[in-house]
Ligand binder design. Sequence first.
Ligand code: 5GP
Length: 392
Amino acid sequence: RRRRAPAHTMQQTLLRRLLRPAAAAATAATLGCYGCAHAMRIEEDAKLDFKDVLLRPKRSTLVSRSQVDLSRTFKFRHSQRTWTGVPLIVANMDTVGTFEMATTLAKHQAMVAVHKHYTADEWKAFVAAHPDVVPYVAVSAGTSAKDLQKLDDIIVGCPAVATICLDVANGYSEGFVTTVKLVRERYPRHTIIAGNVVTNEMTEELIMHGADIVKVGIGPGSVCTTRKQTGVGYPQLSAIMECADAAHGLGGHIISDGGITCPGDAAKAFGAGADFIMCGGMFAGTAEAAGALVERNGKQYKQFYGMSSSTAMTKHAGGVANYRSSEGKTVEVPYKGPVDAVLLDLFGGIRSACTYIGAATVKEMSKRTTFIRVTQQLNQVFGSHDLAKPGG
Ligand code: 5GP
């Protein structure tokens, strides 16, 4: 009596018969093992970072960069709220996402995602003292019950605060989607930012479950070590292009979060389709950033660290839990003085980029953008320091 071949051998035989040998091997590799649903795959098309491209200059009718309008007006998909301002958000890190930062940024109509470690009472006192700043702040929370309770206390205590930033390192968990959905149900008229993700399908998922704005970026941050610790990430320029396309198709918006090292990167992020940019490191070392000045060899510095660094975990969670590793680093940044100088440098760079590509507004930038692939960005013969810039 002939024995029936086991299912996987039958599949192998079929594959061999149906396909040429090379194609059969490739299909088998895609399937991982013959017939298994799990698969190791390689996406062959190159994904790009800010450093891989430059903006191609184009003819334009703009005479001066002072003609460029940096502000945008958005209407958000779920909250149905309208917001007008410069689409820059300082990151919800406890070093830079401070009330002091928000007070200065509001004067420039730019936002701060205020870090989640202020108490509800501190929020109430701040909002009472600075009602003009309120349109330019977001209140941040993670997904823990404690965070969500505090979020509720802040929103009940400060009804004028209209934007919520739901932030987790890994926006791919089902639990996060559930949190976004619950927060949307509880606050139907608040603008909800949710992240972080880096791919189109998860951008869509978050928007469909209640996010107005999706925060995009895994691993590009200046004090982030996720890529080193885990091998996970996505080149930021490609992440912006793919997620912006997905979000805009659904009437949603995106923030490019992390990896903006200079005004040119900000211009590229807008060119790639980002509605907002979020920056941390660029605002570190300023007077408005938290932390004491330390002096070393006659120079002043401020400490800056990732929110998953051991410094942050020791400060807020009593240490690094033994099942995880730190995914952020701690650095000292030369003191830059008041944040105004950083803002003017950033805004000046973006305005100038607009005149080079012929965009009269930030909104027009993506329509006027052609990226060129490059192998070289900057002439580094004198290094990256500039003695005439804040923090040198
Ligand atoms: P930056 O503008 O400094 O390049 O990036 C700021 C962003 O880095 C933040 O908005 C946040 O998304 C991310 N980030 C902040 N702290 C950490 C951290 O400890 N680990 C990781 N992986 N990312 C961080």
